[in-house]
Design a protein around this ligand. Structure first.
Ligand SMILES: Nc1nc2c(ncn2[C@@H]2O[C@H](COP(=O)(O)OP(=O)(O)OP(=O)(O)O)[C@@H](O)[C@H]2O)c(=O)[nH]1
Length: 922
């Protein structure tokens, strides 16, 4: 094994770990390892450094003596030539830009759509699907509540003829917004703006299985009080759901903004990770062609080091060490400590104080060569600590970060995949699918073919996708073979040349030319033939350049996937959810529109009919009331009047006990007469009751006719009529039985005349003969008798006759008490009743009670009908409003579905795959 160095480089003066400075010239120094001749790339790099890089100008041009490092990064760098690789990159970039533009446009449209949706959701709370509860028979809260709260109040009874009815029959619900079953069980829509309305039947829409997949990003996360989401959706007010949905949409919008920002960000992050001491830092330095990160044979990198273009830091090269638990903000110096680049070595071991450091360095390479700043995308390299039990988790988390576009895994060719490496790759492969593999230290391997086979064999199991693309993604290189400029520049103070294991000491370090496959680490051993070493060296550099080209392609391609794919996926989810929710709501709006339109079709005539019924019933009941009251009035007058009139003839069944008890007889008779009058009134009342009951039933029948089952009048109790305003005849009638009442003077007088005539006739009969017989009246008889008997005889007859007459009269009067007393009493009673206006008053009382009794159901029916008409009017107006709303919602959601579909088509057509990695390289 020999170490061959370029003859024009002086490296003998210092060992590999000693900082080197060009001994003889001021121009950038470098060392090369190998056959002794400069490799093509190294030569190009040297030429570049000498002529173009702005390292302070070429020493040949006699400019600066090169004592200071002036990476003229602010100078224009030459436009790269259109090599196939560049063309490939441009094509990739073209794909990327087109996809990026399409996605950005789609994001903006989606954001606008979501904003609209939020606004619409305020007016028309969107329906949100929920899984129906297990027991459909269980009433919903809305079903539990009375659909007619207004009817629950106790109706104050105006009259005690009526009893409050039982619970009202259920009335058809008012117009409500409810979805229509779309088929399968499991889902049901919720009412929206009609949130307070009862939802008698909540249709199911899709199966619970589908429900789980229904919404992904618009899914409202409801985790409260141990209730399931479905239960919560049920228990929450529709407005609450709408506001939760609003919150969710806001979050989605924010996420879309973040994605948009990330898409617009032209930088890309590459995480370089791998086993301890696998050569990660060496690899990063090789990519940068500058010894930026400290390299040590002992594990040294303890924190994440992100290498960024110094232009992002105002062109200043420095290290920002970010303290643990601090969020790095470049513009806020409080979030980090500033160090010079050369101090990086001390910082990277500092994992007690710092969590990461940002290393701002100037790019020394041409646009077409640089990975860091290649003209298309600014790449930030992140050198991770070597994997071990402690760091594996942190690195895995880091690798999963959405900001990481590409994971480069550095594996030692000699050690192959360790357990930590396997674990990491296996996990990262789930996330990233492709991992860029750098099998480093390949120069140390003697049986390269076997090593390659072994590595690929292991990789096949760890990341099949990467294995499949291994020609593009797996590279066997020797990072330490790549010439790197020292930290301070090729001739700067930091150029210690330790980047290559066999670094020789000039400002630019070219590692040793190990041409042996032995895993020996014996770099730079002298003795190898110079030609062989040179060829091998060139080969290593070529291998590395191929790696760089692949990595650039991979970064560009993966950037598309890592930046655009999450946006695309998320956007697709958002749009799918908008579509699902839009379709769900559109269908509900459609069915609601159909339902309310149909409802309106029947409501209009029902409303007209209700108005007609109101008038008709009003007229009908008024007439009935009047007729019935008049009928009862007339009946009462007639009946009571005739009872009074027939009092004298009425057999009250009161026995005349004789003269001695005549007075009590008279009292009994009087009471019986009063009773009879009262009875006649009672009969009239009974008649009135019957008439009223009949008419109440008639009114009820009218109610049933017009209101159907919705009509539930109070129960009429006819026996409760006339309770308050009873007839109080006994108390009103006030007359004493007088002696004269026992004698009917008129009839008595008439009778006496008859008796006197008879006596005279008897007296003179024998005298005057038959002449007297034909006499009609006692006066005639007397005159006749006077003529016959003669005046003297007659005078003698008068006294006994008169006595006889008186006796007869008295005895007659006494005997006729049972006949004359009723007459007398009845006429006295009649007179008093007439004075009291008894008949009329009772007729009025009874008929007015009838009127009142009938007015209640009539009024009740009337108010029911008015309420019904009012309700129908309200329902009609409300239904019209719902129809307008539903129509508006239908239009909105139809548009929403159409729009989300259109945006989705655009997003779907964003093909992130592009051409296969390297496919375009001819
Ligand atoms: N022969 C040979 N040695 C290498 C190669 N790459 C790195 N080395 C050496 O391997 C040792 C470790 O290199 P580093 O770059 O520090 O490794 P690392 O993975 O960054 O180490 P940690 O971050 O501390 O885990 C150094 O001595 C390097 O010179 C290579 O390709 N070939």
């Amino acid at each position: 094994m020999s170490r061959n160095v370029s003859p024009d480089r002086d490296f003998s003066s210092s060992g590999p770990s000693t900082p080197r400075r060009a001994a003889t010239s001021g121009r950038p120094q470098y060392m090369t390892v190998g056959s002794g001749s400069t490799s093509e790339s190294a030569a190009r790099l040297v030429a570049l450094l000498d002529d173009d890089s702005g390292y302070g100008g070429s020493i040949r041009s006699g400019g600066s003596n090169g004592s200071s490092w002036h990476p003229g990064l602010t100078h224009d760098r030459p436009t790269p030539s259109h090599t196939p690789e560049v063309t490939d990159r441009h094509i990739h970039q073209g794909y990327y830009n087109r996809n990026k533009t399409q996605l950005l446009r789609a994001i903006n449209e989606a954001v606008d759509t979501l904003k609209d949706f939020q606004a619409f959701n305020q007016d028309w709370p969107a329906h949100y699907p929920s899984v129906q509860r297990a027991d459909p028979s269980e009433p919903t809260s809305s079903q539990r509540s009375d659909p007619r709260p207004g009817l629950h109040h106790t109706q104050s009874t105006l009259d005690n003829h009526y009893e409050p009815r039982g619970p009202p029959p259920s009335r058809p619900g008012l117009a409500r917004r409810a979805g229509t079953s779309l088929g399968e069980r499991g889902w049901q829509p919720e009412a929206s703006s009609s949130a307070a309305r009862p939802t008698a039947e909540e249709p199911r829409l899709v199966t619970p299985q589908l429900a789980q997949n229904f919404l992904s990003v618009l899914n409202i996360d409801l985790k409260m009080g141990g209730l399931s989401q479905a239960e919560l959706v049920h228990s929450l007010e529709k407005k609450s759901i709408a506001s939760l949905l609003d919150g969710q949409i806001r979050k989605i919008r924010q996420h879309l903004y973040a994605l948009r920002e990330r898409i617009e960000d032209t930088s890309s992050k590459v995480l370089v990770t791998g086993d301890l001491n696998a050569g990660k830092s060496t690899f990063c330095n090789a990519l940068l062609r500058r010894k930026v990160l400290p390299v040590d044979q002992q594990p040294c990198t303890a924190i994440f080091c992100e290498v960024l273009d110094a232009r992002e830091n105002g062109g200043i090269e420095e290290v920002h060490a970010v303290q643990i638990d601090t969020q790095y903000v470049r513009d806020d110096e409080r979030t980090y400590d500033v160090y010079a680049l050369k101090e990086l070595e001390n910082i990277v071991t500092e994992n007690e104080r710092y969590s990461q450091c940002k290393v701002y360095v100037k790019d020394i390479r041409m646009v077409n060569e640089s990975l860091l700043n290649n003209g298309d995308v600014d790449i930030a390299l992140i050198d991770a600590p070597g994997l071990n039990a402690d760091s594996i988790l942190t690195t895995a988390v880091f690798a999963k970060d959405a900001e990481i576009d590409v994971v480069v895994f550095v594996v030692s060719a000699a050690n192959r995949f360790t357990q930590s490496a396997k674990e990491f790759i296996f996990n990262a492969a789930q996330e990233k699918a492709y991992i860029f593999m750098v099998v480093n230290g390949f120069d140390n391997i003697r049986d390269k073919k076997r090593c390659q086979e072994k590595i690929l064999e292991q990789l096949a199991g760890l990341s099949p996708a990467t294995f499949k693309e291994s020609s593009e993604l797996v590279h066997f290189v020797s990072s330490s073979s790549i010439p790197v400029a020292p930290l301070g520049g090729p001739d700067g103070p930091g150029g210690d040349g330790s980047g290559g294991s066999g670094g020789s000491g000039s400002g630019f370090e070219v590692p040793d030319g190990d041409d042996d496959d032995e895993p020996s680490g014996k770099h730079g051993e002298p003795g190898s033939p110079p030609g062989k070493g040179k060829g091998k060296e060139r080969e290593k550099i070529r291998d590395f350049e191929e790696l760089e080209a692949s990595l650039r392609r991979f970064v560009l391609e993966k950037r598309a996937q890592s930046k655009l794919a999450p946006a695309r996926t998320y956007l697709m989810n958002v749009l799918r959810d908008i579509d699902s929710l839009g379709t769900f709501n559109r269908n509900i709006a459609q069915s609601e529109f159909n339902r309310v339109t149909e409802e309106l079709r029947t409501l209009a005539p029902a409303f007209e009919k209700s108005k007609e019924a109101e008038t008709e019933v009003s007229r009908g009941t008024d007439q009935t009331i009047e007729e019935t009251a008049n009928n009862v009035f007339t009946h009462t007058r007639e009946h009571v009047g005739s009872s009074i009139a027939r009092l004298a003839e009425h057999d009250f069944g009161v026995q005349y006990p004789g003269l001695l008890s005549a007075y009590s007889y008279a009292e009994d008779l009087k009471a019986a007469m009063i009773q009879e009058i009262s009875d006649s009134v009672t009969r009239c009342e009974q008649y009135a009751r019957e008439q009223t009951s009949d008419r109440v039933n008639y009114i009820k029948s009218l109610g049933l006719l017009h209101l159907g089952d919705n009509y539930s009048p109070q129960i009429f109790r006819s026996e409760r009529m006339f309770i308050k305003r009873r007839d109080a005849l006994a108390r009103q009638v006030d007359f004493e039985v007088e002696t004269l009442d026992f004698f009917d003077m008129a009839s008595l007088w008439e009778r006496q005349e008859k008796v006197a005539g008879t006596g005279m006739a008897v007296t003179v009969a024998g005298v005057v003969g038959t002449r007297l017989v034909g006499g009609v009246g006692w006066v005639d008889g007397a005159l006749g008798a006077a003529k016959v008997v003669g005046a003297n005889n007659l005078r003698r007859l008068i006294i006994p006759g008169a006595i006889l007459t008186v006796i007869l009269g008295i005895s007659y009067a006494l005997a006729s008490i049972p006949r004359s007393l009723p007459r007398r009493l009845s006429s006295k009673l009649s007179a008093q009743l007439a004075e009291l206006d008894y008949t009329h008053k009772n007729a009025l009382r009874i008929s007015s009670e009838v009127r009142k009794a009938l007015k209640f159901p009539a009024g009740e029916l009337q108010s029911e009908l008015s309420r019904n008409a009012r309700e129908l009017r309200g329902k009609k107006e409300e239904t019209s409003r719902f129809r307008d709303e539903a129509e508006h919602a239908l239009k909105y959601f139809t548009n929403l579905v159409r729009k989300s579909g259109r945006i989705r088509n655009v997003v779907e057509n964003v093909n992130l795959e592009g051409p296969a990695p390297g496919a375009l390289v001819v």
